[in-house]
Design a protein around this ligand. Structure first.
Ligand SMILES: Nc1ncnc2c1ncn2[C@@H]1O[C@H](COP(=O)(O)OP(=O)(O)OP(=O)(O)O)[C@@H](O)[C@H]1O
Length: 266
């Protein structure tokens, strides 16, 4: 399964999703097309993590005749297949790694979509070489033998990006990629992501941080309380009025070199 013939990576139709007793999405429809890098922007509680959990197969929509979720054109997909084709870097994942797992093992764990690696998991020469190559590409050779618990947040995130890249997936799903990173680490990490976009990976970025939406992302979806408020070209969607409505407070946007930043007040 590579790209679907119609170039649709993800197509969610009429999904109703509960977390506990909370109806997070009522009839949500959303699709992601190949090469159409997209940001889903929403305040706390909008449902961003729930979308990620839906893709990771950790939550499920209510079964209903109208509901469908197609991934790479296929209605019947296994979570394992999806994990190979949608490289995901989430905060959930970052919190679940044990302190002693080394950078190399974090990257290798991507081959089994596991959290860390286990004795029964074997890696062939090609997989070991691929993990080393990825660490080198990410400028992270120095993290090869470093325990996760002794890495900075930025270093951990680079290793997790490496984990997401082992299968060379056509698409990456990134959860607030720069939160917790200082300015240098933010710029460095965004630069890595931009390189992957420029080399053909389609990015779905899920965030409430406007400043981490790279210039390559042209489509922005505004999500509020489980509903899509706006979905369209970034230049049309990222306006003072739309952002003020999204975050329920006055927002003024500034732009520089294709990047956006939000300031309080109008
Ligand atoms: N386990 C749960 N049980 C019940 N309700 C939940 C659960 N997890 C999330 N919710 C509710 O679902 C809604 C969407 O939550 P979600 O975590 O997806 O939002 P989010 O956009 O990721 O927020 P944040 O930016 O704060 O992480 C919220 O109203 C939240 O309170």
């Amino acid at each position: 399964m590579s790209f679907a013939d119609d170039g649709i990576i993800l197509d969610i139709r009429n999904a109703t999703v509960y977390r506990g007793d909370t109806c997070v999405f009522d009839d949500l429809s959303f699709s992601l097309e190949e090469d159409h890098h997209t940001a889903i922007l929403g305040p706390n509680g909008a449902g961003k993590s729930t979308i990620l959990k839906l893709l990771a197969g950790e939550v499920h929509p209510v079964a209903d005749d109208r509901m469908s979720i197609r991934v790479f054109g296929e209605a019947q997909w296994s979570v394992w297949d999806v994990r190979k084709r949608l490289g995901m870097v989430s905060h959930d994942l970052q919190h679940r790694y044990l302190d002693e797992v080394t950078g190399m093992k974090v990257v290798l764990s991507g081959f089994y979509a596991s959290i860390g690696i286990y004795e029964r998991q074997d890696f062939n020469y090609g997989q070991l070489a691929r993990a080393d190559e990825i660490l080198a590409d990410l400028g992270a050779q120095g993290l090869r033998d470093k325990p996760f618990g002794q890495m900075s947040t930025g270093e951990q995130r680079r290793c997790l990006l490496g984990r997401a890249l082992v299968h060379d997936p056509p698409a990456l799903v990134l959860d607030e990629p720069t939160s917790g990173l200082d300015l240098t680490a933010t710029f460095h990490y965004l630069d890595l992501i931009r390189q992957h976009m420029q080399h053909g990976k389609t990015v779905l970025l899920v965030t409430h941080h406007i400043h981490e939406i790279p210039p390559e992302i042209k489509r922005v979806v505004l999500l509020k309380r489980g509903k899509i408020l706006q979905d369209g070209e970034k230049r049309d969607v990222l306006t003072n009025a739309n952002l003020s409505e999204l975050f329920d407070c006055p927002v003024t946007l500034a732009q520089a070199n294709g990047w956006y930043q939000a300031f309080p007040g109008r």
